[in-house]
Each structure stands twice: as C-alpha cells, then as structure tokens.
Design a protein around this ligand. Structure first.
Ligand code: NAD
Ligand code: G6P
Ligand code: MN
Length: 444
C-alpha cells in the first residue's frame, strides 16, 4: 500500500495535535511515511512540534517527522499539503471581531466585514504556499481548510487556476454528525447519503437518505424545528456556550425555509441584528478571546506537559475525529476511491441557474485525478438571491486584492448582507485598513 508524505502548513495551529492524533488512528487506510510541519512562526510551531515528535516516536516510530520554517525543506518530496494557517493569528482575529462592533455590526471570523478582512490577509499567504508546493513537489495536492475558505477558494480560482488545490470545510460534517445522533445511526453520518448545495458557510441540505434510500429528512426536521441542532446536551459538555447558541439558533434559521435544512453559519446573514445584540452584551470579550482562553491555552499547556515529562503517556491531546474527512479526501485521491464528498469547487454548471464561475460547496466524486461534480440542478429563488449577493461579496474582495482597489473593497463590505449602509461600510473599512497595514496590499 502506498505510504504518503504530508506537510502540515500552519504547524503551530491549535488544530495540529488533533490532526496528528487523528491521522494516527487512520493509518490502516491512509498509511503515512513522513509528516513535516511548516509555519512562519518558528517558536510557536516548535512548542507543538516538540510534543508531537515525542508522541510520534512513541506511537508510530516508523513515520519520519521533522519541522521547519524553510519552504524548500518543508515542501520537497511530499504528496499532500494539509493547510490550516491563520494569517495574523488570534491577535488579528480579535480585531476582525471588534472593529465592526464599534459601528453596530457583528464581528465574525469568516462572515461579514471580519471575514472580509481575514480574506484580504489570507490570499497572499495561500498563494505563497501553493507556489512552494508547485516548485518543490509539482505532483502534490493541497488540501486547504485555511479560512475564510470561500474567499481563499475564489482567489486561487482567479490567481492560480490550474493548481491542484481542494478547499474543504468541516461544518457540514459537524452538523451531519449531529443529524446522525438525532437519528441514532450506528455508523454515524456515514450511514447517510446527502444532497447539499451553497457557498462555503452558506448552504442547505435538500435530501438525506439512509443506505436503503429511505427519506431521513422528516425526522431530522421535526427535531430541528424544536431544538435546532442541539442534541443530547448532557453528552456534549465540551461544547462551548457560544457554539451551543449557534446550534440552537438553527431552529429559527430553519423556519424561513422548511423545505431544506440549513448550515448554522446562515444565522449571521439571516439574523445579523440578533447576533449583534447578543455579542454586544460583552463587546470586549469576543470568540477570539474565548478561543485564546480555552483551546489555545489548553493545547499549548498539553504540549508543554508532554515535553516536560518527555512522554505522551496520559497526554491531553485529543484526536480531532470529525476532521477525519481530511483522511477521506487524501485516501480518495491516493487510492482512487471515487468517494463522494462535499468540496468547494467552481460551479461550472452544477447549479444550473447560478454563475458558472462561482465557488460553490457541492457533492463531488473524488479519485486519483481530482473531482467530478455531482449535478445539483436548479435552485429556488430565495437561496439563489442570497447566494448571488454573497458570492458577489467574495468576488469583489478577491478583485480588490488583485487590483489593490479601495473602491472594490468598499463595495464588497457594502454588499454584505450583514452591513446596513454604505457609510457604515466605509467607516469599518477605514478602521480595518489601519489595523491590517502589515498584512493587506496598499489600496488605491
Ligand atoms: P492558529 O493561529 O492556532 O494556527 C495558525 C498557524 O498558522 C499559526 O501557527 C501561525 O503562525 C501560522 N501561520 C500564519 N501565517 C502563516 C504563513 N503565512 N505561513 C505559514 N504559517 C502561517 O489558528 P487555528 O485556530 O488553529 O486555526 C487554523 C486555521 O484553520 C484557521 O484558518 C481556521 O479558520 C482554520 N479552520 C478551518 C476549518 C474549516 O472548516 N475549513 C476548521 C477549523 C479550522
Ligand atoms: C467551524 C468552521 C470553521 C471555523 C471554526 C471556528 O469548524 O467550519 O471554518 O474555523 O468552526 O471555530 P472557532 O472554535 O475557532 O471559533
Ligand atoms: Mn469551515
């Protein structure tokens, strides 16, 4: 069986240990000969890498492991780049979340002005990583889940149209896990065949069936109409309050179109006033603060403990099992599995009444030569209208980055359904420009 070599870009990410643990659990179907970490922050990466070196030596000594900030070393002789970088790290996420709040608009990692600001930071860094990959390992695939995935995907479509990159998101998978729990399915989400369409963080399930072809939507809808995607709360003690709110709010998101089941991220576009009022109860303490206080603190403490004790026995790294969709993808490419998965790809006719150049999230069949789209057909006016507005935002952001255009970026923020007026968009933009001076191109 072929053994793959992987570089994890964003080696210092809070998700790196969970991904490594998860990869170890799936070696029987996706064997690995080498794992490398790459980051541009040597000291952050080293803290995670030293702990993972101990863990890998104890649990899979046959896998070669190294970490580096040198692109040539990192990207030479690899089969996959698994990319989860965060340009500007949490310090900039915090600004993305807090600046719009000053003007009555919620701030969020990937949605609204915050997501636009993050997109403007991510594009250049992702293109740089693509270029490293193509220079040192021209046959490799980049599996990208760096955010904002919608804007990153549109940027790579425009700027590196022939590159072997697949953009993916774990939110549909996370929601499908909850649906499977509602239904008590023995093998979880893998017992379901789904149809879904939309943009990244902006989509709907239209059909969910069991392996015999029976319709599972009615039972899920009955639950969502009452509880949103809250399931067995007593067994989900790890879910933070802010995520619980999001899962619960899916009840209201569902109500506007009971023909479909919604992605949780739609709450930001359909209930921006509610989200703002809720977040504005603690404007100085946003999700970035929560993540720094919880996930970041815990992951780095667990890494330090492994290094201090010089063993991973009893360690506090947790396998990110729901990230196993990344293995599904890598396995499908490596072994030509023709697996059906949701990917963010150029529409190209799959949604027949929608812009063929839009980057959409739809089911695809994945094999050694990449993906084939599953035909979605015609979508209803409500979804089409929302998606046309949002995809235009994403396209304008990429256009603004390419042409260094203040005007285009102002249009992008103004067009976001989350922003009430052009004048507020301008105020937010001017603040974001100052905050992002080290990361954005200079706008004219
Ligand atoms: P993090 O800040 O802990 O980690 C990101 C790492 O990227 C840091 O170590 C940082 O130094 C590094 N980095 C930044 N710029 C870089 C560059 N130019 N080159 C190389 N490395 C660089 O962030 P996190 O919370 O662990 O999240 C990581 C990323 O994964 C984010 O983009 C997040 O949104 C994304 N994510 C996506 C999904 C999805 O569904 N697509 C799911 C989870 C996380
Ligand atoms: C989900 C989304 C990701 C996003 C993450 C944010 O997993 O699919 O795209 O990055 O949530 O989570 P956080 O815990 O960092 O707020
Ligand atoms: Mn996502």
């Amino acid at each position: 069986m072929k053994k793959s070599s992987i570089v994890i870009a964003g080696g210092g990410s809070t998700f790196t240990p969970g991904i490594v643990m998860m990869l170890l659990e799936h070696l029987n179907r996706f064997p690995i000969r080498e794992i490398k970490f790459y980051d541009n922050d040597a000291s952050r990466q080293e803290k995670i890498a030293k702990a993972c070196a101990i863990l890998l030596k104890e649990r899979a000594p046959e896998i070669q492991f190294s970490y580096t900030i040198d692109p040539k070393e990192a990207f030479t002789n690899i089969d996959f780049v698994m990319a989860h970088i965060r340009v500007g790290k949490y310090a900039m996420r915090e600004k993305d979340e807090k600046i719009p709040m000053k003007y009555g608009v919620f701030g969020q990692e990937t949605c609204g002005p915050g997501g636009i600001a993050y997109g403007m930071r991510s594009i250049g860094a992702i293109i740089e990583i693509i270029d490293f990959m193509e220079k040192y390992s021209p046959n490799a695939w980049m599996l990208n889940y760096s955010n904002p995935a919608a804007i990153v995907a549109e940027a790579t479509r425009c700027i590196r149209p022939n590159t072997k990159i697949i953009n993916i998101c774990d939110m549909p998978v996370g929601i499908e896990d909850r649906m499977a729990e509602i239904l008590n399915l023995p093998n979880g989400r893998k017992d379901m065949d789904i149809r879904y369409y939309g943009l990244n963080h902006f989509g709907w399930w239209t059909d969910i069936r069991d392996k015999q072809g029976n319709d599972l939507m009615p039972k899920i809808k009955e639950h969502v109409a009452k509880y949103g995607y809250i399931v067995n709360p007593q067994q989900h003690g790890e879910t933070e309050a802010s995520w619980n709110d999001t899962y619960a709010k899916a009840k209201d998101v569902y109500a506007i179109d009971p023909d479909t089941l919604p992605n949780t991220y739609l709450k930001y576009y359909l209930f921006p006033d509610y989200v703002f009022a809720h977040d504005n109860q603690h404007p100085e303490h946003t999700r970035a603060n929560e993540v720094m206080e919880h996930r970041e603190k815990n992951v780095f403490a667990a890494a330090k403990q492994i290094v201090d004790k010089n063993t991973s026995n009893g360690c506090d790294f947790h396998s990110d099992e729901h990230a196993s969709y990344i293995v599904d993808l890598a396995e499908a490419i490596t072994f030509n599995k023709k697996a059906r998965m949701l990917l963010i790809v150029e529409n190209n006719g799959a949604i027949s009444n929608f812009d063929p150049t839009a980057m959409v999230e739809i089911p695809c069949i994945v094999g050694a030569n990449g993906y084939e789209r599953v035909c979605v057909g015609k979508i209803p006016q409500f979804q089409k209208g929302l998606m046309e507005q949002q995809v235009s935002v994403e396209k304008l952001v990429v256009d603004a980055w390419i042409s260094n255009s203040y005007q285009k970026l102002w249009q992008a923020i103004s067009l976001s359904k989350t922003v009430p007026s052009v004048s507020i968009a301008k105020k937010i933009l001017d603040d974001l420009i100052t905050a992002n001076k080290d990361y954005w191109p200079t706008l004219k």
